[in-house]
Design a protein around this ligand. Structure first.
Ligand SMILES: *Cc1c(COP(=O)(O)O)cnc(C)c1O
Length: 407
């Protein structure tokens, strides 16, 4: 009899988005006239910019001609894209080599798969609230104990709340792997430079590895904030960085992302010897992954062209204006709001200590607006609520109008 990977049975039910869907459907069935506005899920709405569509089309045509057809490409990505990414890092003051970059079909898979190259005994730390992928993939790998009251055993939770400015505190003791996400989903907070310097120092002193998710770096509006962990001195020895075209360039349905594993990053094997992680990740990717399709990589390359950058920046500015409208509208309405300045998420305190699900229901029933209960991201998310700036302007304005009029 085949046996399952029993660690999967430790997973808490994938509760959040199905439950949101269930409540919204039930409400819509009772109130067919209600015009429901969805600011819940973190997905882009604007179409792909023209320079990117043009590159996608041209590359697709190339695939249809004998002289330019391409079969399997390099697993890590084509040189044209790796070089464009390295040049972009150079411009951002965070130099990385083109062959330290690994192109993939998403940061979700990369942040999920990266744990495979680490031993099961590693102690992992995550923030609370957290992007659930980091947690669930470590549960699946057997790196945690069973869950109790929403928290898994052996996992170190770092509370990020209004009290600490949503800046993850260092763990009490020694951990081996730390997931950080800045700008943050869901809190919308960006980690200050000094905090990242502190984390790099911690990692160096404790031989820990930082897994830095920078999926939202392009949404940073205020100058002076860190876009890449490699802007921090010493990070090349302790950090892996994940970036994605998904939110930056509207690629959630196109699928392209990249991960940087510096060649200077090492960890120990079971004999205590130092081993480069770059070689392990290269081996993992070349064994289990056959690369992103050529047309998609050409589309991604176009993101870095001057016209591509301009078009992508216009879309980001559109979303960040939405964020400003939500943030200021809700502040005027008396809410305490966080985020929305350097990230497309507004993280609000539920009024009168309402539970985040109670607030969800109230918002749905009284304003017909859908958001995401903070409790779905971890126990420290209880008492908070996420609104996404990924929507059409008219819907965002209408949502804010309704919230101001009627809660
Ligand atoms: C959206 C998102 C990503 C990107 O995921 P893709 O698989 O590249 O679409 C990564 N990390 C976080 C925290 C996200 O919210």
């Amino acid at each position: 009899m085949a046996q399952i990977n029993s660690h999967y049975q430790k997973l808490q039910a994938g509760y959040l988005f199905p439950e949101i869907g269930r409540r919204v459907r039930a409400f819509a069935a009772e109130h067919p006239e209600a015009k429901i506005i969805r600011l819940g899920i973190g997905d882009v709405v604007l179409p792909l910019p023209e320079p990117i569509v043009a590159a996608l089309k041209t590359a697709s045509e190339e695939m249809g001609r004998r002289e330019s057809f391409k079969g399997y490409g390099p697993e890590q990505g084509y040189d044209f894209l790796l070089n464009a990414i390295a040049a972009h890092y150079q411009r951002q003051g965070a130099p990385v080599e083109a062959d330290e970059v690994f192109v993939s079909d998403g940061s979700k898979c990369d942040t999920a798969n990266i744990q495979e190259i680490f031993a099961t005994q590693n102690v992992v730390a995550v923030t609370d609230p957290v992007y659930p992928v980091y947690v669930d993939t470590n549960v699946m790998a057997g790196r945690t104990g069973p869950a109790e009251a929403g928290r898994y055993g052996n996992l170190v939770y770092l509370p990020t709340t209004a009290e600490n400015g949503f800046d993850p505190p260092l763990p009490q003791g020694k951990v081996d792997i730390v997931y950080l996400c800045s700008p943050n989903n869901p809190t919308g907070a960006v980690m200050p430079r000094a905090s990242l310097e502190k984390w790099v120092r911690y990692a160096r002193e404790n031989e820990a590895v930082l897994l830095f998710d920078a999926a939202y770096e392009a949404f940073i509006r205020e100058p002076g904030h860190v876009h890449s962990i490699y802007e921090i001195e010493g990070a090349r020895e302790v950090a892996i960085e994940f970036r994605s075209f998904s939110k930056t360039a509207g690629f959630t349905g196109v699928r392209c992302a990249y991960t940087v594993v510096p060649k200077s990053l090492k960890a120990r094997n079971d004999k205590g010897e130092l081993v480069g992680l770059h070689g392990l990740w290269l081996r993992r990717q070349t064994t289990k992954f056959n690369g992103v399709s050529y047309p998609i990589q050409k589309a991604a390359e176009a993101v870095f062209s001057p016209e591509g950058q301009k078009a992508v920046e216009a879309n980001i500015a559109y979303y960040m204006e939405n964020a400003r409208i939500i943030r200021e509208g809700l502040t005027t309405a008396g809410f305490t709001v966080y985020g929305g300045v350097n990230a497309p998420y507004i993280w609000l305190k539920t009024p009168d200590n309402q539970s985040s699900w109670d607030f969800f229901d109230k918002l749905l029933h009284k304003a017909n607006v859908v958001g995401t209960p903070g409790a779905g991201f971890g126990s420290c998310g209880e008492g908070y609520f996420r609104l996404s700036a990924f929507g059409f302007r008219e819907n965002v304005e209408e949502a804010v109008r309704r919230i101001r009029q009627g809660l």
